[in-house]
Design a protein. Structure first.
Length: 60
């Protein structure tokens, strides 16, 4: 149920830092494909906070 909500409402989801560091997750298929193909933007060396919030029309 949670994955369904994330894909529909927040395919690029940002979890705010709390007791653990914050992170972003990609749950939409096209967003994951975009991230996989764009290793410069989604490089872990830059940290997830540098990721764009909207990637595809599915993220709108």
């Amino acid at each position: 149920m949670q994955w369904r909500w994330l894909r529909a409402d927040a395919p690029v989801h940002r979890r705010e830092p709390a007791e653990l560091p914050g992170f972003r997750s990609l749950t939409g298929y096209e967003d994951v494909r975009s991230g996989y193909r764009d290793h410069e933007t989604f490089c872990s060396a830059h940290g997830p906070e540098s990721w764009p919030v909207r990637l595809t029309s599915h993220s709108a």
